[in-house]
Design a binder for this molecule. Structure first.
Ligand code: SF4
Ligand code: SF4
Ligand code: FES
Length: 269
């Protein structure tokens, strides 16, 4: 197998151990590839190399490894996978940091909380269903001009901007001990929605127009699989690549949901 040893001595070989799966419901297996790595390479460029040279380390031809990606600049979340045991985006994962020496190994696995489509590519629809559950949008109707929207203070903008950077990557859900695994799919409908969804509910509750649906969101988060299922382990905030203050969001929604619950109780609703 070509190994790039002729590219000026700057290239080194890195071993990629990759958890592979041919499709939904199919068994998984591990395969290893020896990849010539240039300085500043990232995981995606190495996966591209493997796709062009689908031969395992022991010389066995195999199918090209499949993964998902889009923006290549840590904005879309599509390339999220588990790299050396930690969930993150593969486009921003530099080999020089993870495998600085010749012969180092990098392990790639698909996220465990979403169904595998193939190899490292997962289906994050479950996350988007969670966003629908809490109506994570500002309701505006029609394509005609509605005039100026309500004013938002710089302080509100500051809080909401941080929350708006969520790219629905799924890292916080992968790391959360309360977010059910893929094999528990039959219980997903009533399972914990996860930190990203709670934080997006906060984003839209604090939006001047989005606040119209605030009660619906809090009702959803007071119900099964809502805020009370958070065990406060705080793994979510540690892995969020956008540094979104997820535990702040969980606390803010927790307070709002408690007040909402009391009001509902005294209204008899
Ligand atoms: S605080 Fe813990 S249980 Fe709650 S969403 Fe974050 S990781 Fe999950
Ligand atoms: S909150 Fe952070 S970790 Fe969770 S989906 Fe959004 S960007 Fe990803
Ligand atoms: S390809 Fe979009 S975040 Fe990596």
């Amino acid at each position: 197998m070509g190994n790039g040893a002729n590219s000026g001595g700057r290239t080194r070989n890195v071993v990629f151990r990759i958890k592979r799966c041919d499709g939904p419901g199919k068994p998984s297996r591990w395969e290893a590839f020896r990849v010539p790595v240039e300085p500043n390479a990232n995981v995606i460029s190495c996966l591209n190399w493997i796709a062009a040279h689908p031969v395992t380390m022991d010389g066995r031809p195999t199918t090209p490894v499949v993964w998902d990606s889009n923006c290549l600049e840590e904005v879309c979340g599509a390339c999220t996978m588990v790299i050396n045991g930690r969930v993150r985006q593969s486009c921003s994962c530099l080999i020089d940091e993870y495998a600085p020496n010749d012969g180092d190994t990098i392990t790639l696995e698909p996220m465990s909380k979403f169904p595998v489509v193939r190899d490292l590519w997962v289906d994050r629809q479950r996350l988007f269903e969670g966003l629908k559950k809490v109506k994570a949008w500002a309701p505006i109707d029609g394509t005609y001009s509605l005039g100026d929207g309500p004013r938002e203070s710089p302080a509100q903008q500051h809080v909401r901007y941080a929350l708006s950077t969520c790219m629905s990557c799924g890292c916080c859900l992968e790391a959360c001990p309360q977010y059910l695994k893929e094999e528990d799919a039959s219980k997903w409908d009533t399972a914990f929605v996860g930190a990203a969804i709670i934080s997006q509910a906060r984003l839209f509750n604090e939006h001047p127009t989005g606040a119209i649906l605030k009660d619906d969101r809090l009702d959803a988060l007071l119900g099964v699989g809502g805020i009370n299922d958070c065990g406060n382990a705080q793994n979510c905030v540690r892995v969020c690549p956008k540094d979104i203050p997820l535990t702040e969001s969980i606390a803010a929604i927790g307070r709002a949901a408690t007040i909402h619950g009391f009001k509902r109780f005294f209204r008899g609703a």
